[in-house]
Write a protein that binds this ligand. Structure first.
Ligand code: ADP
Ligand code: MG
Length: 738
């Protein structure tokens, strides 16, 4: 018998070689395999008769191969196949498909899926490039032999699951292998979801769900199948969301149970904050600071997410929070995802805070060893009050004398693991508060010596990733949420235009005019990790062309990731001071860079950038009162999707609208993948499609974590927690959570 945790190699038909192919897709166990769900289903129980087909519909047709062959037109070879049902015939065409040449034999049964069309000239029905599956070879013995044989197989006479192929593992292979796994699956699967929760949602058993999601019962609604709304789908989706939310809720609970630092916010601290403000905060900034300050005054650690579109003014809010901690005698760490951004924060911190007498240091990976050691000593001795850096701050040998607040800027650029490591550094998630009854109900008891001054630091995470509020609440279930939903006054919306490469003379002329008016410009060139070498060369060549010829009379600088840190800093500083008029840069300027006098951004090969990235880049301009312009240049062919991205940029400046479209274009897996939002991506759930189930899962998880009651027993809770922990480790590779 197979258990869900049995290695997938023990399923018949999976050897070590195939095991490796599956492992590369995250399928290690029988349970993983059974969570590889069909992405659609074909109704081969009631396949369509060819004579009933209508142009424009998507249809599954099962028929017999009559004839096939390749013919060459002037432009390209076309492969044609005729499928028959009795006297009815249907033509299928594939372009450039010489590989299909010897694939079919007359008499074979075949299933086809595709869009039915009417041929312009002959008015006959046809399907162009259908997906197909050969169901069985012709059998000689008598009439209908072929049909009889395949009728017994898994391929016909039922609703058939269609899986995405992985390399040479075809949908058919998955069908058989998953079927074998189900046939040999142990009859007593554990049920980790408490009975009351199951009852609230009407969930079916895990076993029934696994069977039916792969092999739907004949009466199942086809619409429900295609929209993932059968009872089997709902059980699987809820199951996944519930255990993620359970982990989040537990984490949240543990955080609240820890001893934090209750900062005092009195008139003296308020006056200190007022003193540094270079401008009047917006109402949104005031509200958000109030939320943060209220957290900081509490005796347990703050875990807050500050979300605000690019340019909404998050930095100053972070500085204000820093002052609260510093004025209470604590140190503050401010982490940025890139050196450039860390440096920029360092400059503005010095400009804004140093006059007020605060001691600020910068610690990044590229400092010289001597200097690093010295900075570390300042940190360890508590001299440094505000420590700004990159993830070098995560390195083991950075010791703080008294860390009171950690601010993580542009959190979406950090990975999950980094985020966890940081939380760990700030002392959270100590072993004793892990799963077990300690996590339930009563606060974790910590050493009695822990006074308010030695508690866990507060954490403030800042991000520009605009996630709809309910989703953010559910996804970052372990964090409280503040939103900066207002831009500082006096901004004029950025004008965005699209242009092809051959219009560049006009574009350069425009840049020249802006510079003549006293403004500055960015010219951004894509350098993507995969093609780093060649693209970097192209960017440098572009710089030479601009600085040597087109703008020979102007001061042009170059900034890219490969420059050494000192040079980067120098270039950035010159641009900030207006000593450079044009900055040619790669995406190193993507996040956070703030030069309000820059009013033009020309993005070369804009079609190669993702939407979120374009929005981030464009956020570098439009930061001052003067009108700003973003010009998206395209070189070569633009795909349909690329064009939609560019159109979206031209149409709107609103980060939320852009995020929604991005979500639509890329799908939530990619958008909310580990890299973007700091969350593991789901196996079966889709947080857009399943938003309601997500809310339900959060609600139920919170109730479970609250502890035993009339509906839920302590035994059920601890079983759910044990299961949750295993799930987080196995599926998401997160050892430290929950
Ligand atoms: P982001 O939220 O993208 O990090 P920043 O904190 O860099 O935004 O702020 C963007 C720009 O707006 C900066 O130049 C900053 O000085 C300015 N700014 C922020 N808040 C205000 C305000 N209340 N009034 C005027 N300018 C502001
Ligand atoms: Mg910022």
């Amino acid at each position: 018998m197979l258990e869900l945790s049995t290695p997938v190699q023990y399923v018949k038909g999976v050897g070590p070689r195939i095991g490796e192919v599956l492992a590369a897709k995250g399928i290690h166990t029988v349970g993983d395999l059974l969570h590889y769900l069909p992405f659609r289903y074909e109704d081969r129980l009631n396949p369509r008769g060819i004579s009933e087909l209508r142009p424009g519909e998507m249809a599954t047709v099962v028929g017999e191969v009559r004839n096939s062959g390749l013919f060459r037109t002037r432009s390209k070879p076309i492969f044609q196949l005729t499928v028959g049902q009795g006297r009815a015939r249907l033509r299928c065409l594939w372009f450039n498909a010489t590989y299909l040449q010897d694939k079919f034999t007359p008499g074979q049964m075949i299933a086809l899926y595709g869009k039915v069309e009417e041929d312009q000239r002959s008015r006959e029905l046809q399907i162009i490039q259908p997906q197909f599956e050969i169901l069985g070879d012709p059998v000689d013995s008598g009439e209908n032999g072929a049909e009889k044989k395949v009728a017994e197989s898994l391929e016909i006479g039922r609703i058939v699951p269609i899986y995405e192929a992985i390399g040479r593992l075809t949908p058919r292979w998955f069908r058989r292998t998953i079927r074998t796994a189900l046939d040999n699956l142990t009859p007593d699967l554990p049920e980790p979801i408490p009975a009351a929760v199951r009852a609230h949602l009407g969930l079916i058993s895990p076993r029934a769900a696994l069977w039916n999601v792969h092999w739907p019962e004949p009466g199942e609604s086809f619409d429900a199948l295609q929209s993932w709304r059968t009872p089997a789908h709902i059980r699987m989706i809820f199951d996944e969301l519930f255990f993620v939310e359970l982990g989040m809720e537990l984490k949240r609970r543990q955080q609240k149970a820890q001893t934090g630092i209750a900062f005092r916010l009195d008139d003296r601290v308020r006056a200190a904050i007022k003193k540094i403000l270079p401008f009047h905060p917006t109402p949104a900034q005031k509200r958000v600071l109030k939320e943060i300050a209220a957290d900081m005054e509490k005796p347990y650690p703050m875990r807050r997410l500050l979300q605000g579109d690019v340019g909404s003014g998050k930095t100053i809010v972070g500085f204000e929070a820093a002052i609260i901690a510093i004025e209470n005698g604590c140190q503050v760490a401010l982490m940025a995802p890139t050196e450039i951004l860390a440096q920029q924060h360092y400059f503005s911190a010095r400009r804004i805070l140093e006059n007020a007498g605060y001691r600020i240091v910068l610690l990044t990976g590229s400092l010289e060893a001597d200097r690093k050691r010295e900075v570390r000593r300042h940190i360890a001795q508590g001299n440094a009050q505000l420590v700004i850096g990159t993830h070098a701050l995560l390195e083991e040998n950075v010791e703080f004398a008294k860390l009171g607040l950690v601010i993580v800027d542009e959190q979406h650029r950090f990975g999950v693991l980094q985020r966890l490591k940081l939380m760990k550094k700030s002392g959270e998630a100590s072993e004793e508060t892990y799963v077990g009854t300690a996590a339930l109900g009563r606060p974790a008891e910590r050493s009695s010596a822990a006074g308010p001054e030695t508690g866990e630091p507060d954490v403030l995470v800042m991000t520009a990733t605009p996630i709809p509020r309910t989703l953010a609440l559910t996804l970052y279930g372990d964090l409280d949420l503040s939103v900066l939903d207002e831009l500082p006054p006096g901004r004029t919306p950025i004008v965005t235009r699209c242009g092809a490469d051959d219009e560049s003379p006009k574009v350069w002329e425009f840049v020249r005019k802006q510079v003549a008016a006293g403004h500055q410009a960015y010219v951004v060139y894509p350098v993507i990790a995969e093609n780093e070498e060649s693209e970097l060369k192209a960017a440098i060549k572009m710089y030479r062309e601009l600085s040597g010829k087109i703008f020979a009379d102007l001061k042009v600088g170059l900034l890219h990731g490969r420059l050494d840190a000192e040079l980067k800093e120098q270039v950035m500083r010159m641009f900030q001071r207006g000593e450079l008029q044009i900055l040619v840069a790669t995406t190193v300027i993507e996040v956070g860079v703030d030069v309000p006098n820059a009013t033009v951004m020309v993005i070369e090969h804009a079609e190669r950038f993702g939407l979120a990235q374009l929005h981030q880049l464009r956020g570098r301009i439009g930061r001052g009162a003067a009108k700003s312009y973003c010009i998206l240049m395209t070189g070569g062919k633009v795909t349909e999707e690329g064009q939609r991205r560019l159109d979206a940029m031209v149409k709107t400046n609103d980060g939320f609208q852009i995020a929604e479209l991005d979500l639509e274009l890329r799908g939530p897996g990619e958008f909310f993948g580990t890299r973007q939002a700091g969350m593991p991506s789901f196996r079966v759930a889709n947080i857009i499609r399943d938003a309601q189930l997500l809310e339900a899962a959060k609600h139920e998880a919170a109730a479970v974590i609250a502890g035993p009651n009339a509906e839920i027993s302590a035994g059920e809770i601890s079983r759910a927690l044990v299961h949750m922990r295993a799930r987080w480790q196995h599926t998401y590779g997160l050892v430290e959570v929950g």
